[in-house]
Write a protein that binds this ligand. Structure first.
Ligand SMILES: Nc1ncnc2c1ncn2[C@@H]1O[C@H](COP(=O)(O)OP(=O)(O)OP(=O)(O)O)[C@@H](O)[C@H]1O
Ligand SMILES: C[C@@](O)(CCOP(=O)(O)OP(=O)(O)O)CC(=O)O
Length: 422
């Protein structure tokens, strides 16, 4: 190992990785340590501009131990998941040379060098929006770049998987399948890209953030309890998911929105049915989530064809997928009719992400929302009650690309001089 003045150099890499939302859910492990699932799952990667983790990893001979800061606060790296990812990446580290900085690190040096990691999520952490997915994918991707790891993306996905199962799918953009695999060592439990984000460009996504508080039952412990107690989980994994996976892959390939939406809604509902079938039962959705499902179902039924799909992870937030911007605009009109912004909230802090959809929905102001007519399908069926304040905010987004290296050093989260978070 060499550097200009032995102790002073710092080498860094910064990456940004998206989160993803499963349309066929992963719920249940067959191996807790290696994080091997009981069924295949399929997800769409979300636009990193709106939902992503940014992570800087730095190495220096002056660092005395591995350290990490998440959203500005130091967190412990002693947990098995962080340790597994660090160990697997270090094993694959190779020689690194930065001619400009005069730094040369040899393969074996990596075992004696420590890293500093700083990460920031541009959306709520541990609120059912898959922060762990973006976070571990980003950590593995950034470390792989720093340590000049040459492995295929499939192998990187299997390392990210050991941080958090759903993270393996965030290694790719677009439509992604996590093949459960059969090997006891997990070597074939990897993510595969089904199609790039450009394949089905029209899809538009609206996320209703119902609560950004931390949830009571983590995905990890929730799925452990389901594996131990739910007979429905076993039936779903063995009988339902294999045929659903084939059908939704076909729907994605053929841009068949009706089939895609039907399977997505059914799979989300079955996942939450498993949570109810768990002893003691787990409730991730709340009254607001149920109201959103009813709103979408009523609309879909009145039109006779599926207008939008909904899916809920381990939390109350709704992720709705529309076939195009026009349908998304009609969806927003409906959502904002029932869930207007609380008083004194301006529209720009209530609708985040791609706000341009508001124009298409004819909603440029809070007055515009107040003037909205009730959706035609609501007539006489439900009381026209409104639920201002039940949704914290909406995120309007699209399907997005996979992890990227940020070459601009100004985007680094670690100070290049003292090696600490900026
Ligand atoms: N940017 C990040 N980098 C590294 N680790 C992260 C990052 N963000 C979150 N994590 C890890 O993920 C944990 C949160 O995971 P958890 O599964 O509880 O919530 P979630 O991923 O937001 O929700 P869910 O997976 O149920 O949709 C954090 O406590 C932290 O350990
Ligand atoms: C409901 C889900 O979001 C569950 C995600 O679980 P995690 O990947 O967070 O669980 P661990 O592997 O224990 O870290 C469904 C999904 O993303 O497929």
């Amino acid at each position: 190992m060499t550097g200009e003045s032995e102790k002073s150099w710092i080498l860094m890499a910064t990456a940004r990785s998206p989160t993803n939302i499963a349309v066929i859910k992963y719920w249940g492990k067959r191996d807790e340590e290696l994080i091997l699932p009981v069924n295949d799952s399929i997800s769409v990667t979300l636009d990193p501009d709106h939902l992503s983790a940014t992570t800087t990893v730095a190495v220096s001979p002056s660092f005395e131990q591995d350290r990490m800061w998440l959203n500005g606060k130091e967190i412990s790296l002693s947990g098995g998941r962080y340790q597994n990812c660090l160990r697997e990446i270090r094993k694959r580290a190779r020689d690194v040379e930065d001619e400009k900085k005069g730094i040369r690190i040899q393969k074996d040096d990596w075992n004696n060098l420590h890293v500093h990691i700083a990460s920031y999520n541009n959306f709520p952490t541990a609120a059912g929006l898959a922060s762990s997915a973006a976070g571990f994918a980003c950590l593995v991707f950034a470390l792989a770049k720093l340590m000049n790891v040459k492995e295929e993306y499939g192998e990187l996905s299997s390392i990210a998987r050991q941080g958090s199962g759903s993270a393996c799918r965030s290694i790719y953009g677009g439509f992604v399948k996590w093949a459960m695999g059969n090997n006891p060592d997990g070597s074939d439990s990897i993510a595969i890209q089904l199609a790039e984000e450009t394949h089905w460009n029209d899809l538009f996504i609206v996320i209703a953030v119902v609560s950004s508080k931390q949830k009571e039952t983590s995905s990890t412990s929730g799925m452990r309890e389901s594996v131990q107690t739910s007979a429905l989980l076993k039936y779903r994994a063995e009988t339902v998911v294999p045929s659903r996976v084939l059908k939704i892959e076909e729907a994605i390939r053929d841009h068949d929105f009706a089939s895609f939406a039907r399977i997505t809604c059914a799979d989300s509902n079955q996942f939450h049915a498993i949570c109810l079938d768990t002893t003691p039962p787990i409730f991730y959705m709340n009254d607001t989530s149920h109201r959103i499902i009813s709103l979408v179902e009523r609309w879909n039924q009145s039109e006779g064809t599926l207008q939008v799909a909904y899916t809920f992870d381990a939390g109350p937030n709704a992720v709705m997928i529309a076939p195009n911007r026009q349908a998304a605009a009609l969806l927003l009109q409906r959502l904002l009719f029932y869930f207007p912004p609380p008083q004194d909230t301006d529209l720009t802090s209530y609708i985040l992400g791609d706000k341009s959809i508001l124009q298409e929905a004819g909603l440029q102001s809070v007055e515009g929302i107040e003037a909205l007519a009730p959706p035609p399908e609501s007539k006489d069926k439900v009381p026209r009650k409104k639920f201002a304040g039940d949704i914290s905010y909406f995120i309007c987004t699209r399907i997005g690309s996979g992890p990227k290296l940020l070459a601009d050093e100004n985007q680094a989260l670690i100070d290049p001089v003292n090696g600490l978070p900026k």
